[in-house]
Design a protein around this ligand. Structure first.
Ligand code: FES
Length: 162
């Protein structure tokens, strides 16, 4: 992936609880923005006419998903975490892995889901603005462990595992 050109947006709350994180035009160049909504670090991707908001920190060990490549894998558009190449579906937050079906005598490699690992949030577009509504946090997802900015002083405090 080339240099990341996304902006760090300054969110603005709307009456319905959604938060304006950027204008549509902000996605023209980089196709992604990084933002913080209610202390939660998020990345919003724009891909093939759809906006996808996810927790910015990878569920595996807190890697920066806003720096990940976007690829179509197993019929889903995914972000590849730059730290250990975990594959996460943008639309659902599912962690995907490649393996072979034990029932398949040819052991053909296929993509399987680990279930939803990365929290996704709702996006809407109103009057040229891209809004995010945080998802219900009563259900825990693995990415919650890395999601809140106030838990970190900076990107450097998240140690990249070796
Ligand atoms: S931190 Fe994302 S794959 Fe390890």
């Amino acid at each position: 992936m080339g240099q990341w050109l996304g902006i760090s947006a300054a969110p603005v709350a709307d009456d319905d609880g959604s938060v304006l994180v950027a204008k549509e035009e902000d996605f023209k160049e980089s196709k992604r923005i990084r933002t913080t909504v209610k202390d939660r670090e998020l990345v919003v991707f724009y891909n093939e006419g759809q906006y996808h908001a996810l927790d910015l920190r990878c569920y595996h060990a807190g890697g920066p998903l806003h720096l990940g490549d976007i690829e179509d894998i197993g019929g889903q558009t995914c972000v590849i975490c730059p730290w250990h190449q975990y594959t996460i579906a943008l639309a659902t937050g599912e962690g995907l892995y490649q393996g072979s079906d034990p029932q398949d005598p040819l052991r053909t490699k296929k993509w399987f889901s680990k279930g939803v690992k990365q929290r996704v949030h709702n996006t809407t577009v109103k009057n040229g603005g891209v809004y995010v509504t945080l998802s219900d946090t009563s259900i825990h997802f693995d990415s919650d462990d890395y999601a809140c900015e106030k838990l970190k002083e900076s990107e450097n405090t998240v140690k990249k595992p070796k």
